[in-house]
Each structure stands twice: as structure tokens, then as C-alpha cells.
Design a protein around this ligand. Structure first.
Ligand SMILES: NC(=O)c1ccc[n+]([C@@H]2O[C@H](COP(=O)([O-])OP(=O)(O)OC[C@H]3O[C@@H](n4cnc5c(N)ncnc54)[C@H](OP(=O)(O)O)[C@@H]3O)[C@@H](O)[C@H]2O)c1
Length: 322
């Protein structure tokens, strides 16, 4: 199979396309003919050895895919010929990948195009875990979403809306604010001055939940932007710096900072994963979850796609088509 491989931890430019032997599925694995693979920020971190997972070199990155089942264990819920999305964690930037059965997800009755399906597992399962289990989001609440034009951001906007919340996005440029509004944000504001804008949009009350995949120096203003009993979800640090919090702020305003590590929680819990996907499927069927795909690039362009993400140029989601 053709695959994009990381040989040295020198960033996106060092990714090379190579020919590898076909993957051999283990007894509990599903072999998938990959049609599309999603490009995620953790893949960028992997190219520099900065992700919490540190595979031996060389390795094939690519955490999420969509495609057609070639073979599946006897008695599995999926069978050869089925269209699926899957979360291999590694190995997805290749023409074929073997994935443990609990991480393979049927696409339901709607003909979800493969590029959109490939954009689901990482971000939509993460924001589902974040908004429902970690934040206990209630209908009618207001959710502020940082990085509102990114993968996690657009997924959070769509799922929060589907769960009956109101969403306000923060994004760095007018073009990115348009992407966030197109994903369903009721308002989109610049990062500079977002605190005042959120207060104005909520009649001074603030947001019940903040989705934060960015971190950095806006963290304290995110705490200030919370309504009483608000929850700030710590999802990632694309802004670079890992923020610190003076905990007296939590006491003074009755707010919480909540960690979100979807993989650490879900990957060892097959029943939880099944439940998560079952809760996403009706919203997918209704068209409420529809990842905004900016472009589908060929396998040869994996390095360029990862560089675009590292350089903050992605609008919505980039996918690799095989
Ligand atoms: N905790 C978990 O379980 C989990 C799961 C999946 C992903 N993540 C993390 O979530 C984060 C977002 O991932 P993603 O796939 O949504 O990435 P993405 O599509 O690139 O979106 C991230 C957003 O971060 C903003 N940003 C601010 N400063 C940036 C900078 N210096 N460089 C790049 N982007 C910057 C950008 O928005 P603006 O330009 O509008 O500011 C960008 O749209 C990553 O840190 C990832 O590792 C965590």
C-alpha cells in the first residue's frame, strides 16, 4: 500500500510517501480500504514528537479514516462491503488500515460522503465527551467556542446546537468567523476583545460553557467570560502556551475548569464508544453534524496539509483522499 510516513521528528516537511506491505488484521481487527483520512492537530504534534503518544520511527500517522470494510471478525456488527468511519489512532494516511473492532463505526442510513465521514471520529467524539459527560451541557445554555473555525471548534458548534444550546464562536479573522457562522454559530467574534463581546451578547451574564482547544493568554479572560456555575473545558493548546489558573477565581465566581482527555477515557472503554456513536448517529442522520470540508488533498500532500494546519491556515477541515 502507499502510505505517508514519518521518518524523523522534523515537522510536516519531513513526511514522505512510501510503499509498505499490506496491513495484516489481527483476530479482533477490521481491515478497511481507506477512501479518505482526516487531518487533525495531533497529527501535526506527532511530526515533531510533541504528542503524548510517541511511536517508534518510522511510523504512519493518520488517526481517523472513512472507507469500505474489506474483512471483519466473525460475528462483528460490520461486514465486508460496509461503509464505515474509524479511529485507528495511527496508520490512517494509507490506502488500507487495520483497526480494532470497537473503533469502527457504521455510518447509518444517510449516505454521508467519505470526506465528511473521515472528519467525524476524532473531533465529534471528543466534543461529545466534552459537552455531555464532562460539562453536563443543558438545553438553553450558552457555549463559547474558541478556535471556532477549526476542527474541534466547528464540531463543538454543531453538536452544541444539536443539543439545544446557543453557540458563540471566537476566531482570528473575518474569513474564519464566516466559517464558524456557517457551521451554525449564532455569533462569531475576534479573539481581541472577545470578553466584552460575550458579555454584551449574553446581557452581562456570560457563557455557561467555554470550549477551549487554544489555551494561551486568553485563558484568564475565558474564566472571566463564564456565567455562575460555568465550566471551562480544557481541550488543547494550539496557542502554544499551557495556561495556569489562580484558583481563587474559581471560588469567587463559582466556576470550574474541567480537563478533557477523550482518548485517555474512551479508548479503553468499548461500551462507552458504542454509546457515544449511537448518540451522534441521529444528529448525523438529521444533517446537524456536517463537517465543513475546505479541501480534499491527495496522499502526496499530507506534509503540506499538516504544514497548513501548523501555520493556522485551515478553514474548517482538511481531508486526504486516497
Ligand atoms: N483533549 C482531547 O481529547 C483532544 C482531542 C482532539 C484534539 N485535541 C486538541 O484540540 C486542539 C485543536 O485541534 P483541531 O484539530 O481542532 O485543530 P485546528 O483545526 O487547527 O483548530 C485549532 C484552532 O486553533 C487556533 N489557533 C490559535 N493559535 C494558533 C496557533 N498559534 N497555531 C495554530 N492554531 C492556532 C486557530 O483558530 P484561530 O486562528 O481562529 O485562532 C485554529 O483554527 C489541538 O490542540 C488538539 O491536539 C484534543
Amino acid at each position: 500500500v502507499r502510505a505517508a510516513q514519518i521518518h524523523t521528528l522534523d515537522g510536516p516537511a519531513a513526511v514522505r510517501v512510501v510503499d509498505l506491505p499490506d496491513p495484516e488484521p489481527g483476530p479482533d481487527q477490521v481491515l478497511i480500504e481507506v477512501a479518505a483520512a482526516g487531518v487533525c492537530y495531533p497529527d501535526v504534534l506527532l511530526t515533531r514528537g510533541l504528542y503524548q503518544v510517541k511511536p517508534d520511527l518510522p511510523f504512519v500517522p493518520g488517526s481517523e479514516v472513512a472507507g469500505t470494510v474489506l474483512s471483519a471478525p466473525a460475528g462483528a456488527a460490520v461486514a465486508a462491503g460496509d461503509r464505515v468511519a474509524a479511529f485507528p489512532l495511527l496508520g490512517g494516511f494509507a490506502e488500507r488500515v487495520a483497526v480494532p473492532l470497537p473503533l469502527v463505526f457504521g455510518l447509518g442510513p444517510r449516505e454521508v460522503p467519505f470526506p465528511q465521514a473521515a472528519a467525524l471520529p476524532m473531533n465529534y467524539l471528543t466534543v461529545h465527551f466534552a459537552l455531555t459527560r464532562r460539562a453536563g451541557l443543558q438545553p438553553g445554555e450558552t457555549v463559547l467556542v474558541h478556535g471556532g473555525a477549526g476542527g474541534i471548534g466547528t464540531a463543538a458548534i454543531q453538536l452544541a446546537n444539536a443539543l439545544g444550546a446557543r453557540t458563540i464562536a471566537v476566531a482570528s479573522t473575518p474569513q474564519k468567523q464566516d466559517v464558524a457562522r456557517a457551521a451554525g454559530a449564532s455569533a462569531a467574534v475576534a479573539a481581541d476583545g472577545f470578553l466584552a463581546a460575550v458579555r454584551e451578547l449574553t446581557d452581562g451574564r456570560g457563557a455557561d460553557v467555554v470550549v477551549d482547544p487554544v489555551g494561551g493568554d486568553r485563558f484568564t479572560d475565558s474564566l472571566r467570560a463564564l456565567a455562575p456555575e460555568g465550566r471551562l473545558l480544557v481541550i488543547g493548546f494550539t496557542g502554544g502556551e499551557i495556561p495556569t489558573v489562580k484558583v481563587n477565581r474559581l471560588l469567587l465566581t463559582n466556576v470550574s475548569v474541567v480537563g478533557v482527555g477523550w482518548g485517555a477515557y474512551a479508548l479503553g472503554r468499548p461500551e462507552f464508544l458504542r454509546q457515544q456513536w449511537a448518540e451522534l448517529l441521529p444528529h448525523l442522520a438529521a444533517g446537524a453534524l456536517d463537517p465543513p470540508i475546505q479541501a480534499v488533498h491527495p496522499l502526496a500532500d499530507v506534509g503540506a496539509a499538516l504544514a497548513g494546519m501548523e501555520e493556522r491556515r485551515v478553514l474548517g477541515k482538511i481531508v486526504i483522499g486516497m
